[in-house]
Design a protein around this ligand. Structure first.
Ligand code: ADP
Ligand code: MG
Length: 256
């Protein structure tokens, strides 16, 4: 049975997609079987895994509407050695079309149940909003990974996300937990980064992952080659950090 995690934060540009793609590749390097679910109509994770989002025969969109299934729509990322349920802008329409459907917050959960046994990890890249799509991610998951930049406004908006997670836990998905906050794009030379990082540890204790992801240009360059940073330049600091994060996650799920 796969452990399912959402990578979520309603802010854009905080490292969700980079984390989902590189954690997937990092886990694959550790011989874990991984499915990446692209739940963002921007399709950045799809492209970052080396899959062309234009003209997909089937995608997350069809799966959410029940006109295809995960086994049909998934594709192999050769660049990352994991499977991808790809998406593109069509998925934006699902939000509206799902209004008519029964059980609309559990469409993704039900669809993933059919491939659960094929994977050790299923990682869901959420869009930058607390929308019906994100709600589907949260209903399908055992836990949430929250990437955060250690900057002045990092904590702003976190309470909205935490409250949403609490509500989903109480009403829709009793399995759901915050697995942890992941410090990303970290610049150790900045005093402010150090301070915010220390505050996060103080406030959230062991909910803060031990691994810290540094700001590393190789991670930012890799998507333009259709590759995860982890396989694009495996010896780079960013790649090494995401492999270490993979190892931390493997350890975590043994305790779940
Ligand atoms: P989100 O999915 O939350 O919108 P992204 O993962 O797309 O965020 O990241 C936003 C931008 O920051 C992208 O251009 C990405 O390449 C860059 N980025 C993310 N993480 C890092 C990092 N650790 N080092 C350098 N650049 C990064
Ligand atoms: Mg993204």
């Amino acid at each position: 049975m796969a452990k399912i995690f959402c990578v979520a934060n309603q802010k854009g540009g905080v490292g969700k997609t980079t984390t989902t793609v590189n954690l997937s590749a990092g886990l694959a390097k550790l011989n874990q079987r991984v499915l990446l679910v692209d739940l963002d109509p921007q399709g950045n994770a799809t492209m970052g895994a080396g899959i062309n989002k234009a003209g997909l025969a089937a995608s997350t969109y069809e799966v959410m509407l029940g006109t295809s299934d995960v086994a049909t729509a998934r594709q192999r990322s050769e660049a990352g050695r994991f499977d991808v349920l790809p998406s593109n802008r069509e998925l934006a329409g699902a939000e509206v079309e799902m209004v008519e459907l029964d059980n609309r917050e559990k469409r993704l959960k039900d669809a993933l149940a059919a491939v659960d046994k094929d994977y050790d990890f299923i990682l869901i890249d959420c869009p930058p909003a607390l929308s019906m799509l994100t709600l589907n991610g949260l209903c399908a998951a055992h836990g949430v990974i929250i990437p955060m930049q250690c900057e002045y406004y990092a904590l702003e908006g976190l309470s909205d996300l935490v409250n949403t997670i609490k509500k989903v836990h109480a009403n829709l998905n009793p399995d759901l937990k915050i697995i942890g906050l992941l410090r990303v794009m970290f610049d150790p030379r900045m005093t402010l980064s150090q301070q915010v990082s220390a505050q996060l540890e103080q406030h959230f204790g062991d909910k803060v992952f031990k691994t810290i992801i540094p700001r590393n240009v190789r991670l930012a360059e890799a998507p333009s080659y259709g590759m995860p940073g982890v396989t694009f330049d495996p010896s780079s600091k960013g790649a090494q950090a995401y492999i270490a994060f993979g190892a931390e996650m493997v350890k975590r799920i043994k305790k779940m």
